[in-house]
Design a protein around this ligand. Sequence first.
Ligand SMILES: Cc1cc2nc3c(=O)[nH]c(=O)nc-3n(C[C@H](O)[C@H](O)[C@H](O)COP(=O)(O)O)c2cc1C
Length: 167
Amino acid sequence: MDFLELTKKRYSVRAYKPTPVEDEKLKQILEAARMAPTGSNQQAFQLVVVHTKGREEELRPIYNRDWFVQAPIIICACATTIPGQAYDEGRSYRNVGIVMDHLILAATNLGLGTCWIGAFDTNPARDILGLPKDVKPIVFATVGYSDDEPRPKVRKSIDELVRYEQW
Ligand SMILES: Cc1cc2nc3c(=O)[nH]c(=O)nc-3n(C[C@H](O)[C@H](O)[C@H](O)COP(=O)(O)O)c2cc1C
């Protein structure tokens, strides 16, 4: 798919079919995430892949929405600490955001629906996923086949978003 078309095709999917995600597609989206650039190539992230089937009620405290646990897969993108370096929240959010964007666009390209989830509850996420202290959950994504309809994209105009500096 043309890249611009891909960015327009992606939308937040908040209803999923029970159809499982093929292992090959899961591998491909994880590979796209692995290829994401990170500052100084430190790759200080971990992706936790969760299959939801049969675990719906256990996972619900992370983000209490029916569609969150209806998605066959949820992925938690975490920042990890770098030995000898203080944790830098800004750096972690930048890097993990890029990783997740690679993953989500790759999923869209394979016909999968996704939704970013930033409003999850950190403590249940830590407990339920068994995250060690030095692994910080930054953002989740649901992944599965959409049972939702795309909505018109509401975006500011280029003029509002871009300023060309005068030379
Ligand atoms: C970093 C980030 C966090 C988000 N967190 C949530 C969330 O917690 N719950 C939710 O329903 N949507 C969440 N969204 C989805 C946005 O609401 C959505 O991307 C935006 O409204 C644009 O709609 P679109 O994705 O359909 O183009 C998040 C998106 C981003 C990029």
